[in-house]
Design a protein. Structure first.
Length: 397
């Protein structure tokens, strides 16, 4: 076999020992040890000063008055949605092309998701679609900054205000993103961020609810502690969603590296985009030139007729090369078992872009410390797979 033969056809894998899909950029352990020793010494492993310091730092970084650390982005979404006071049984517009947690917030709050389509280029909800899909039963919109690409915040806020509905942003991918030159965080009623290892700011596990609404912030603050104001007279059904001191320390030190992480990811995304653009059937998520994506993921969109393979097939061929990828999202929300009771036959006609992206969108490895040689290796693997696409397609059929 020659060096031009893809590994899936018997060639030597290009990535040895391999490239993982995610490689978290963690602060040096020595940097964390003084604070960890203090925590272990005083025994205050949760509900302590480090979580409060982290909250203050995030609020300052996002230029919002309130930032409430929680145990996960999912718990933050549940509590933020609860805090908006949406009536039980109300309709909530939500994109089908998103992570499952986006859909859990309305369902856990006993509301009815109505799945809407996304723009196939930006992968975000389109304001015209949102306006068209609102019905007399709609009480809320959940919008997503997909892969860190800022959604059209101002247009969505204008629609929500004009139509009298609440707007919540799932900003899981949003730390490191800039909307019109400013950090995300102050949009809608609230924005909820994730701090898991694929993100730019990492707390191992955790999330942050950011808002300008003092009443909503207080609800989330109480809600993460069961709804207990401190006297054990539970005011409403909350959760155990506190962030531990250990997670908060890691998150705070990671936050200090946010701007560098965003810069690296944008450089690597530009490098891969420039090299892959000449390949037929390869396109990229459209980012408004006035904005900056965090590039939580670097996602390519394939036209199988031109490239010769769909996203699932390219992912399998790259796996043989030692390069891990993920098809986000497969299945999309309206195809998931958990949401079938909210789906009807008309959704197949209303969601063509979501269905197309389920077969065409492939997220490639992206790290906050990715090197140029690693980015080039990924591109080289895709190039040689494309040159042999017909043979690979026949092998996988």
């Amino acid at each position: 076999m020659t060096n031009s033969t893809p590994a899936i056809l018997g060639g030597t894998p290009l990535a040895q020992p391999g490239l993982p899909f995610a490689r978290p950029l963690l602060p040096p352990l020595d940097e964390l040890l003084p604070e960890y020793r203090s925590i272990f010494s005083n025994g205050m492993v949760t509900t302590g000063p480090h979580a409060e310091r982290f909250a203050e730092a995030v609020a300052e970084a996002l230029s919002v008055p309130f930032a409430i650390p929680v145990s996960s982005c999912t718990s933050g979404l549940l509590l933020a949605f609860q805090a908006m006071g949406i009536p039980r049984g109300a309709e909530v517009l939500i994109p089908s092309f998103t992570f499952m947690a986006s859909g859990l917030a309305p369902v856990w709050n006993q509301c009815r998701p109505r799945f809407i389509d996304v723009d196939i280029e930006t992968m975000n909800v389109d304001p015209e679609t949102v306006e068209r899909e609102i019905t007399p039963e709609t009480r809320a919109i959940v919008a997503v900054h997909q892969f860190g690409n800022p959604a059209p915040v101002e247009e969505l806020e204008a629609i929500a205000s004009r139509r009298g509905v609440s707007l919540l942003f799932d900003s899981a991918h949003g730390l490191g993103s800039l909307y019109r030159g400013k950090p995300l965080g102050g949009g809608g009623r609230a924005e909820v961020f994730s701090l898991t290892p694929t993100k730019l700011v990492i707390a191992a596990e955790g999330g942050v609810v950011a808002t300008r609404d003092a009443k909503l912030a207080e609800h989330v603050r109480l809600g993460r502690n069961y709804g207990n104001p401190g006297d054990y007279d539970c005011l409403f059904p909350g959760l155990n969603a506190r962030m531990s001191e250990l997670h908060a320390v890691l998150g705070l030190h990671s936050l200090h590296r946010l701007e560098d992480a965003a810069a690296v990811r944008n450089r690597m995304a530009s490098r891969m985009r420039d090299r892959l653009a000449p390949l037929p059937g390869v396109s990229f998520q459209k980012i408004d030139p006035r904005d900056r994506s965090s590039y939580k993921d670097f996602c390519i969109i394939l036209d199988p007729a031109e490239f010769g393979l769909d996203a699932h097939q390219l992912g399998e061929a790259l796996r043989a090369e030692g390069i891990q990828t993920r098809v986000y999202y497969s299945p999309v929300l309206h195809q998931m078992t958990a949401f079938q009771s909210f789906v009807n036959d008309s959704d197949l006609e209303r969601l063509p872009n979501s269905i197309a992206l389920e077969r065409r969108a492939l997220s490639l490895p992206m790290y906050s410390n990715m090197t140029g040689s690693e980015a080039d290796l990924i591109c080289a693997a895709i190039e040689r797979i494309h040159r042999n696409a017909a043979t690979i397609a026949a092998r996988l059929s």
